[in-house]
Unconditional design. Structure first.
Length: 183
């Protein structure tokens, strides 16, 4: 039995300027987030796959039922500096993946770190490939900003949603940091 499915799972799908996003939550916190997709249906399909939750267990809710999270995700996609202090449902997280995701969550806005840096922060400095695999399975992108992890020489590598989207997300943060510095 999937431990995620033993509770009520709410979800919402919403439009951003880059496409449709979906968010799922359980009573324990945010369970999954999808990066922008072309259609609402594909965002919801990705969410079910990401959270390993059958569609019949998902209860679609209005954006407003999720508090400010959808609005903050949309603001982020529009290039506004946004914080995500949201609690995350960590059930099912394994030791190494959990450490990788936690280290990645602490990469400051507008900055990048290498896979090797994240591996070392997760306690296994030589596990940069395993770090990449852990980030590929990140359940809550943007809250855990896996787009901020780059190759050892700063190159854009390894992003499940495509390097073009990774570049866009990094550019959005870079633009926001520059704008904040000019205030």
């Amino acid at each position: 039995m999937n431990p995620i499915c033993d509770h009520h799972v709410d979800c919402c799908v919403f439009s951003t300027r880059l496409g449709w996003m979906a968010v799922a939550r359980s009573p324990n916190g945010v369970l999954g987030i999808t990066l922008p997709a072309r259609t609402a249906e594909s965002a919801l399909d990705r969410l079910c796959e990401k959270t390993r939750t059958p569609p019949n267990v998902m209860h679609e809710m209005a954006e407003s039922a999720f508090g400010t999270l959808p609005a903050r995700l949309s603001a982020f996609i529009h290039g506004h500096r946004t914080d995500f202090p949201d609690s995350i449902d960590r059930r099912g997280w394994t030791g190494f993946r959990s450490r990788v995701w936690e280290a990645t969550r602490h990469i400051p806005y507008g900055e990048t770190r290498s896979y090797g840096w994240v591996a070392a922060a997760a306690g296994q400095p030589m596990a940069f490939r395993a770090t990449g695999q852990a980030l590929h399975h990140n359940p809550v992108p943007i809250i855990i900003p896996c787009h901020r992890v780059v190759g050892s020489r700063g190159s854009l590598t390894g992003f499940g949603s495509g390097l073009e989207l990774k570049a866009i997300l990094l550019a959005l943060e870079s633009k926001s940091v520059v704008s904040s510095a000019n205030l």
